[in-house]
Design a binder for this molecule. Structure first.
Ligand SMILES: [Zn+2]
Length: 191
């Protein structure tokens, strides 16, 4: 059923609404655009890291700064440890490799690894993409090597290094086994 348009009603087409875009200072434009696109603007840490303008240094510093913390798997592990009464610090800056969680007095460090990105051996989630295979193999191998370097540096300081894999998170026994893994037989080496 169509309602006849009454004489006084305005038809929408010929009216152009005068619209002025709000002025955004040049210095903030990047982040405004990013926000409009749904991208989070760079963190303070990232901005600090990129203040110097040498290209190599900045790229590496930026990559380091955008390292994610508080991903869903990580939150699950944190909750699990809290429930088990274990205390930890999140991403302590003063430890080599910045483990996801660590306890300095108990000398353990924990990484929560995604099976794909960290190439979990013999895991169904650790696949290599079919396109650009060579690129991916090189990248994932480098990720693994980096993980090993980090773990080595921590062990050198006397830390027990535990990795929780993404695929382990669904294991119903994890709430019992993980605290045990962290607290048992600390392979501490005193120098
Ligand atoms: Zn896995």
């Amino acid at each position: 059923m169509t309602v006849p348009r009454s004489q006084g009603e305005l038809s929408p087409a010929p009216y152009v609404i005068a619209y002025r875009r709000p002025r955004v200072p040049m210095s903030r434009r990047g982040s405004t655009i990013a926000r409009a696109m749904g991208i989070r603007p760079p963190s303070l840490r990232a901005r600090r890291a990129t203040r110097g303008n040498t290209p190599e240094a900045t790229t590496s510093a930026r990559m380091k700064a955008v390292r994610q913390s508080g991903t869903a798997p990580e939150l699950r592990v944190r909750r699990l440890l809290t429930n088990a009464g274990l205390r930890y610090r999140i991403c302590p800056d003063d430890l080599p490799g910045r483990p996801d969680l660590a306890n300095k007095s108990r000398h353990w460090a924990l990484f929560v690894h995604g099976c794909f990105w960290h190439a979990h051996p013999n895991c169904r989630l650790a696949t290599v993409p079919k396109t650009n295979r060579a690129f991916w193999i090189e990248k994932l191998t480098a990720n693994r090597a980096r993980d090993a370097t980090k773990a080595r540096a921590l062990r050198k300081l006397g830390y027990k290094v535990v990795t929780v894999w993404q695929c382990e998170l669904d294991d119903p026994k994890l709430p019992q086994t993980l605290p045990r893994r962290l607290t048992s037989s600390s392979t501490r080496r005193r120098s």
